[in-house]
Design a protein around this ligand. Structure first.
Ligand SMILES: Nc1ncnc2c1ncn2[C@@H]1O[C@H](COP(=O)(O)OP(=O)(O)OP(=O)(O)O)[C@@H](O)[C@H]1O
Length: 258
């Protein structure tokens, strides 16, 4: 049984079928990539997994539990964290504060109850800060910890966006095009962080990425979507030799694959 089971998911928006009877599973501890042409349904699939979208039909099971009807914050509390394609940080807040907010779903003492149970809240706050400091060390962003996020370069903002998701200590990390818009040096750094997150924390990772070199190097398994349908599933080697996938997607940027 996989850590995540996608069972016959269909998602419709009016006349548009964004996902059409998609079934696959993600194994615990693997790096799993979702690929496919623009508009194929990749982000919609992540939205269904994180709870932002409710599928029209089908079910999503996480660690054997049906989470299809659960709200996003419940799923976050269960260890599912998401880094967004379009950065979802608070630009006026510091890196540290953004990461603390990212940890919110793990916090037991709310802001209000904190006032009543000051001792407990303070202890919890210290623990959360320690976890966030670990993320800051891990992503090598110590020197910008107090900088408002809006003042950082795009590449650094993308790194902080991943940090915000990591602050949750996820068991399942959803990364939506974490390298989009980056220069080659920043991309290399991001690939290294993804490999390190996976190796050091055994985090299961679902990655959406258009750079096929990155996808083929990093992934244990790949699922290919086209017009909302799953047209391929397998190891990088199987996917590169899948004629339907080559016709629909890989053929168009073959030079990136080798
Ligand atoms: N909230 C929405 N309302 C209406 N249509 C939507 C919505 N979200 C996605 N869609 C449609 O669903 C289809 C799949 O879009 P989606 O963004 O999931 O594709 P994608 O594979 O992530 O594309 P890209 O690589 O360009 O990010 C598209 O036709 C899109 O217009």
């Amino acid at each position: 049984m996989g850590i995540l089971e996608i069972k016959d998911i269909t998602l419709r928006f009016g006349g548009v079928t964004a996902l059409n009877q998609v079934t696959y599973e993600v194994k615990e501890g693997e790096i799993f990539s979702l690929i496919g042409p623009n508009g194929a349904g990749k982000t919609s699939m992540l939205n269904c997994i994180s709870g932002l979208y409710r599928p029209t039909s089908g079910a999503i099971c996480y660690k054997g539990e049906d989470i299809t009807q659960l709200k996003p914050h419940k799923r976050a509390g269960m260890g599912i964290a998401r880094a967004f394609q379009n950065i979802e940080l608070f630009p006026h807040l510091s890196v540290l504060d953004n990461l603390m907010l990212g940890r919110h779903a793990r916090m037991k003492t709310g802001l209000l109850s904190g006032g009543f149970y000051w001792g407990k809240a303070q202890k919890e706050e210290i623990e959360h800060r320690e976890k966030v400091e670990e993320v800051i060390d891990f992503l090598e962003i110590e020197d910008i910890r107090n900088t408002p996020v809006g003042r950082l370069s795009y590449g650094l903002q993308k790194r902080v966006e991943v940090g915000r998701a990591l602050a949750l200590e996820p068991e399942l990390l959803l990364l939506d095009e974490p390298m989009a818009g980056m220069n080659s040096e920043e991309k290399e750094d991001m690939a290294r962080y993804i490999i390190d997150i996976h190796a050091e924390k055994q985090t299961t990772i679902i990655l959406i990425e258009h750079d096929m070199r990155v996808v083929m190097d990093l992934s244990d398994h790949i699922a290919v979507l086209d017009f909302g349908k799953l047209i391929g599933y397998g190891t990088p080697n199987e996917i590169q030799n899948n004629q339907q996938v080559i016709n629909a997607y890989l053929g168009e940027d073959e030079e990136q694959v080798g």
